[in-house]
Design a protein around this ligand. Structure first.
Ligand code: NAD
Length: 476
């Protein structure tokens, strides 16, 4: 059986499904092939699932640590881990149903099965269940193909990594019981978010990170601050510590690592390997298909075109930013390019967000990166302990930092570690995407009391002194 479409999208994650809807709205006939469930990693085993767990665990932690501070009595607060997992699943299911409804509402054809690109440009789908006509395999003729199959967790190649009790992020979301002690391999985004969840719920958490600091790709002050906050929470953080092997011990799993050339060991009931992800391209290509690669990624040009004519690739399978919103952005741009349009969306300023407590977000350049690029900068900083709303909600120490070009005050980047940083960073994404200068972003009045007032203060600090900071001599 053969069906014909203007566009066949393989993968219904935040890259693929967003692109499919946009293409359908642009008048293309579109099919989406998905082997698991709409929503991809983001909804089913990533962003949404993790943030639901973070929300539940933070609420529990806040009830215990803060209720008394605001005059509430919350004695014997407890939790049922199974119910937290149920709530996570319900949230995910609702969103997945919403996406499925949107695909249907936009007339996008759905094929549930594993898709592969063939040499003649068609897409073969091995269906999960036979269709109404009894076909187990269908062939889709495609004007254009968009590859959006995302990524899967990568395991580090050390002995014992395949032992029972060692899981990746996929396995963590499938747990039905709360582990009492956990060793997390990797202090990247996934590692620190899971550390937050389980420490909030009272587990003994150890984080082992090979690089000199956790969240190595973020601003240095953010990494240092988070390490301090983690220690205060009772999380045992080891940096410059590479995991060498995992073995079964009497009391749980033993993780052997080397810190400053010293062999050390951490014990956990559960080990989470959060040491990066790799492109999900197994079985994506039929016999004889040759596609240009960029290391382990599929190579694309700046229009998301692969080396095969009319075949595009986006999301975690290309060498770009591995984030859900980046994949969606790339997908929207790819569909514009397919239709001969220049995208309006600017993908040069993709924000990175980490849902720890406090939240972390950054976009554009750090001051160190700007200096490395030879740009003379001005900068501003505001410590959020002087922000009214942060005081009301008893936030941890936090800050907003901004870096701008000294020559024209164009905003180059911002780094934030404070409540709602992941929502507020969009102010700076918009500013950078529109080449705004400090004075333009400062022009609007921000409501009081809000965390956003901290942004205005940091902007003021770039070009003078902020209102709610004691006068001081500038150190620039
Ligand atoms: P990552 O690359 O961010 O971090 C992995 C860390 O593991 C690195 O710091 C690395 O040095 C460390 N590591 C590797 N081998 C090690 C070893 N043998 N011993 C000790 N440490 C070791 O990867 P991740 O945290 O797994 O996340 C994967 C991707 O998913 C990232 O691109 C991330 O941005 C994305 N993600 C984003 C969010 C978010 O936006 N909030 C949440 C989850 C995941």
């Amino acid at each position: 059986m053969c069906k014909k479409f203007d566009l066949v999208v393989i993968g219904a994650g935040p890259g693929g499904y967003v692109a499919a809807i946009k293409a359908a709205k642009a008048g293309m006939s579109v099919a989406v092939v998905e082997s698991i469930r709409a929503g991809g990693t983001c909804l089913n085993r990533g962003c949404i699932s993790a943030k639901a767990m973070i929300h539940a665990s933070s609420l529990y932690e806040e009830m215990n640590s803060e209720a008394g501070l605001v005059g509430l009595k919350a004695e014997n607060v407890s939790f049922d881990y199974g119910k937290i997992v149920e709530y996570k699943q319900k949230t995910t299911d609702e969103l997945v149903a919403g996406i499925e409804g949107l695909l249907e509402g936009n007339g996008v054809a759905r094929f549930n099965g594993k898709g592969s690109l063939e040499k003649d440009g068609s897409v073969t789908v091995k269906l999960k269940a036979a269709d109404e006509e009894g076909n187990e395999v269908v062939s889709l003729e495609a004007g254009k193909v968009l590859l959006a199959t995302g990524s899967v967790p990568a395991l580090i190649p050390v002995p014992g990594i395949d032992l029972k009790g060692v899981v990746t992020s996929d396995g963590v979301f499938a747990l039905s019981e709360m582990p009492e002690s956990i060793v997390i391999i990797g202090g990247g985004v996934i590692g620190v978010e899971f550390a937050t969840v389980y420490a909030n719920l009272g587990a003994k958490v150890t984080v082992i990170e090979a690089l000199p600091r956790i969240l190595q790709n973020m601003d240095k002050e953010i990494s240092q601050n988070l390490k301090m906050i983690f220690k205060k929470k009772g999380i045992d953080v080891h940096t410059g510590a590479a995991v060498k092997s995992v073995e079964q011990g009497g009391e749980g799993l033993l993780v052997n690592y080397e810190e400053r050339e010293k062999p050390l060991q951490a014990t956990g009931q559960l080990v989470i390997c959060a040491a990066g992800r790799k492109p999900n391209i197994d079985g994506l290509f039929g016999e004889g298909v040759e596609i240009g690669m960029d290391g382990k990624f599929i190579a694309v040009n700046d229009r998301f075109e692969t080396s095969i004519p009319d075949v595009y690739a986006i999301g975690d399978i290309i060498n770009g930013t591995q984030l859900a919103h980046a994949a969606s952005g790339y997908g929207l741009c790819a569909v514009d390019y397919m239709n001969g349009k220049e995208p309006e969306l600017k993908i040069n300023s993709i924000p990175g967000c980490v849902y720890t407590d406090p939240e972390i977000a950054q976009v554009g350049m750090t001051e160190a990166e700007a200096k490395e690029a030879g740009i003379s900068t001005i900068s501003g900083k505001f410590i959020m302990s002087a922000n009214g709303k942060s005081l009301i909600t008893h936030e941890e120490r936090g800050f907003v930092k901004i870096v701008a070009d000294e020559a024209d005050h164009r905003i180059l980047g911002a780094q934030m570690m404070c409540a709602r940083a992941t929502d507020m960073i969009a102010e700076f994404t918009t500013a950078i995407a529109n080449d705004m200068i400090v004075e333009q972003l400062l022009a609007g009045v921000r409501p009081h009391p809000t965390y956003n007032e901290g942004i205005a203060e940091a902007l003021e600090d770039c070009i003078g002194e902020s209102t709610h900071t004691m006068p001081r001599r500038k150190r620039r």
